[in-house]
Design a protein around this ligand. Structure first.
Ligand SMILES: [Zn+2]
Length: 267
């Protein structure tokens, strides 16, 4: 082998290693480049697919959107239960109000202009038809809780009383951190059947022969704050102030009970 020839072989050998190195390096660079190129594309696709407007235009994906929307309230309710807002009690242990004797409540209930004994559901429906009873739903300052032993109806003038009570209560809290707190009405008009069912469960003399069966009374058991930013002191002071003012004005009769405030309109 001549010297030139051996050099050529050596340089050929050297040249070949360089090429291998170059190819390997190139492959590594290429694979990185490929990864960098592919990854954002996948992310972008996923974003596009999850976009509701995009889904709406693709019939096959509409189902996916629907399923996600159906799941959403569950997620929200889980979040909502994370921050528990406890209600503020309205009962004889918390509010300081004079007790009007029950005989007075009964007399008042019977003497209200539209008052009649709401014996059963038929009587109640008849009362609704002739305007002696009106349906009551949530309004400013108060809301009706889920009712199991009464119906959300009252004599028209008792509904007006509740509306005034709600407005005056809301006025007192407006502009404070307790704004939006609502009185929780837990019982309204009861038929005899509902009264008896309650009687068996809870032997409370006040509610056995009840002014609730005349559409003349309602119970307030709590005030509900919108969030935990403010404590119960302001709502409790407000409901105390409004009830005591109405009682002094001889507009209402009150019985502070163990679990609620029983309120009857005076004629
Ligand atoms: Zn009551």
């Amino acid at each position: 082998m001549s010297e030139i020839a051996s050099m050529t072989v050596r340089s050929k050998k050297k040249y070949r290693w360089d090429r291998i190195g170059l190819v390997l390096g190139g492959m590594v660079l290429f694979s990185f480049g490929l990864a960098a190129w592919v990854a954002p594309e996948v992310g972008l696709d996923a974003q596009v697919l999850s976009h509701p407007q995009h889904n709406a235009t693709v019939p096959g994906l509409a189902t996916v959107t629907a399923i996600r929307e159906a799941r959403e309230p569950t997620v929200k309710s889980v979040k909502a239960t994370e921050e528990v807002v406890l209600p503020c009690s309205c009962n004889k242990n918390v509010l300081k109000l004079a007790k009007n004797p029950y005989t007075e409540h009964r007399r008042a209930a019977r003497n209200l202009p539209n008052s009649f004994f709401v014996k059963d559901k038929n009587e109640m429906n008849a009362g609704k038809r002739n305007g002696k009873l009106v349906e009551v739903s949530d309004a400013r300052g108060y809301h009706i809780s889920a009712l199991s032993h009464s119906h959300a109806v009252l004599l028209p003038e008792v509904k007006e009383l509740l509306e005034d009570l709600g407005n005056d209560f809301a006025d007192l809290l407006e502009g404070t951190s307790s704004e939006g707190t609502r009185i929780r009405v837990t019982s309204l008009t009861r038929t005899v059947k509902q009264q008896n069912r309650l009687g068996r469960r809870n032997y409370n003399a006040i509610d056995q022969a009840s002014t609730h069966s005349y559409g003349a009374s309602f119970d307030i058991a709590f005030t509900d704050r919108p969030d935990n930013d403010a404590d119960c002191s302001a709502p409790t002071r407000a409901i105390q102030q409004v009830l005591s003012q109405y009682q002094k004005e001889k507009r209402i009769l009150v019985i502070p009970e163990k679990a609620c405030m029983h309120v009857t309109l005076r004629p």
